[in-house]
Design a protein around this ligand. Structure first.
Ligand SMILES: [Zn+2]
Ligand SMILES: [Zn+2]
Length: 170
């Protein structure tokens, strides 16, 4: 879905995205429809300020017990879209690295809305995922899921939520 700068009125343009085709389902599992709203506000002739929000019901894997769980992730973001004069001025990796997402440089006066959304989904997806604060993780010795009961290993070894980590170091 592409929006031309010329299509955006001076007072801005609000888009509600119900289309799901853009969602990176190969990398991230969703459990229901993803909802997104974007506001495109011109800031001068060559600049558009994009503010948006995404609500997405995701299936995540717990870092501690490796079990899948569902979580609804809400996020807001702001991206400064700037039209640059010529290709020569844009370093190749500039437009797509994650650190630069707050500013995106465009070669054409055209915004690929689905591209912006896809990048935001990756930024908003949590890097630390725990099914519950009380999750007891896996036994570092036998790999049993301690949420469903204690295993036969010594209890002292398995009560800490960090037991998986110390198990890996060993
Ligand atoms: Zn867990
Ligand atoms: Zn065990």
């Amino acid at each position: 879905m592409k929006i031309q700068f010329a299509e955006i009125p001076d007072h801005g343009l609000v888009l509600e995205i119900k289309d799901q085709s853009w969602f990176p389902e190969e990398e991230i599992t969703k459990t229901g429809p993803v909802w997104a709203r974007l506001r495109l506000q011109p800031k001068g002739r060559d600049r558009i300020l994009l503010t948006g929000e995404i609500t997405m019901p995701l299936q995540l894997e717990c870092d501690r017990c490796l079990t899948n769980f569902n979580a609804e992730i809400d996020g807001r973001f702001t991206v400064d879209l700037e039209l640059v004069a010529g290709e020569a001025q844009v370093p190749v990796d500039h437009a797509c690295s994650a650190e630069e997402m707050d500013a995106l440089y465009l070669l054409k006066p055209e915004i690929d809305v689905f591209d912006v959304l896809t990048q935001q989904v990756f930024l908003l997806a949590p890097s630390k995922k725990v099914c519950s604060e009380k999750c007891r993780g896996l036994c570092p010795r036998c790999g049993a899921n301690l949420n469903s009961g204690l295993c036969r290993c010594k209890p002292e070894e398995s009560t800490s939520p960090f037991s998986v980590l110390s198990g890996l170091k060993r």
